[in-house]
Ligand binder design. Structure first.
Ligand SMILES: Nc1ncnc2c1ncn2[C@@H]1O[C@H](COP(=O)(O)OP(=O)(O)OP(=O)(O)O)[C@@H](O)[C@H]1O
Length: 225
């Protein structure tokens, strides 16, 4: 509880700023996140969505402001060791090992977590049950994304940082993504999703990052005018 009696948010982004190469990428981002919440991040290419997710993952430090987890700055050494164990990261780089089988690609992450037994059910839920023993190099783009989502389920950490989670998924795949996000949130999990495509998430917060440069006329504008 805070001194005012309200629960301390699980995560608080307090005036977060990010500079890269003397340019401001993110300016004064303020977000309060409680268990079960979701934040949908949108914005033009280059507006800073991945940068914000990377900051939440602790890959880079804010150049201004702070990210607090349970009221503690995530960049403090003692805190970061605990905080990083809360995170599950899904990025466009899928880290799928082509020489391993589909199930090995998930079990590997589960073993690192000191867990077992969830990989096969997770792959089945994601519609990859028949491909479990195939080499991962056989998978299509959408199937690789489904494998990544199966990892989220098998590893089962509370804070999901999802960068373009629906890219390459077919209609059923997007519905499955929406389903697992909903189930995760019902258990108190937190979801951050950067996306250009609509993903249905009930009562999700949304943050549209502003374009960083004045918009110039594009080819599309010229064709339309
Ligand atoms: N390490 C870095 N050094 C310098 N500039 C960087 C670095 N990382 C990202 N940027 C710049 O920060 C800006 C934001 O990039 P970011 O990848 O966060 O955008 P995005 O909103 O995720 O874009 P997209 O929709 O294209 O995925 C870009 O202009 C990018 O060039």
């Amino acid at each position: 509880m805070s001194p005012h009696g309200s629960p301390i948010p699980r995560l608080l982004l307090n005036n977060v700023c990010c500079m890269r190469n003397a340019q401001t990428i993110l300016r004064n981002i303020n977000v309060t996140v409680h268990d079960g919440s979701a934040l949908v991040l949108t914005g033009a290419n280059g507006s800073g969505k991945t940068t914000l997710l990377r900051m939440l993952a602790g890959f880079s430090r804010p150049s201004g402001g702070e990210v607090l987890w349970n009221g503690h700055d995530i960049t403090s050494p003692g805190v970061f060791q605990q905080y990083k164990l809360q995170l599950n990261w899904l990025s466009l780089k899928d880290a799928v090992k082509d020489k391993l089988t589909v199930v090995e690609n998930v079990e590997w992450f589960e073993v690192l977590e000191g867990k077992s037994g969830k990989s096969r059910p997770a792959l089945k839920l994601m519609g990859l049950g028949r491909l479990i023993n195939e080499k991962a190099r056989m998978l299509s783009m959408g199937q690789r994304k489904r494998l990544q989502l199966a990892r989220l389920l098998a590893v089962d950490r509370p804070i999901w940082l999802l960068d373009e989670p629906s890219v390459a998924l077919d209609y059923d795949g997007v519905e499955l993504l929406e389903y697992i996000i909903e189930e995760h949130r019902k258990k108190g999990g937190i979801v951050f999703a950067a996306t250009h495509l609509p993903i249905k998430m009930e009562d999700a917060m949304s943050l549209r990052l502003p374009e960083r440069f004045p918009r110039r006329m594009t080819l599309t504008d010229m064709v339309r005018s």
